[in-house]
Write a protein that binds this ligand. Sequence first.
Ligand code: ZN
Ligand code: ZN
Length: 116
Amino acid sequence: MSAEDIYMAVHQSNPGIGLTTIYRTLELLEQTGIVSKFEFGHGRAKYELTEKHSNKKHHHHLICKKCRKIIDYTDFVKEEQEYINKAEAGLQKKYGFDIDDHLIHFYGTCPDCKNA
Ligand SMILES: [Zn+2]
Ligand SMILES: [Zn+2]
């Protein structure tokens, strides 16, 4: 969701809450690792609960650069995981860095925007 989406959803029950409060709260939630932020430039961003804090399965993202749609997918994650495990093991070894998570985003154009 974008900050505006959240504002619209919250506004009905809590008309006193302004967009500034929502931005500030999202920033705080991001700092504490409860939400992750997807940047689209020009101050446009969308937010998602991190996997630790949501009941969504581990997934990766397809992100449309034109309409900013974000598609969560899980269907290829298993195949990708094989490669990721290898990469993570190699990186851990080379850099002595303990990896405990990753984010995978593919950027491009969604079918709606392609056909428009
Ligand atoms: Zn993954
Ligand atoms: Zn699109």
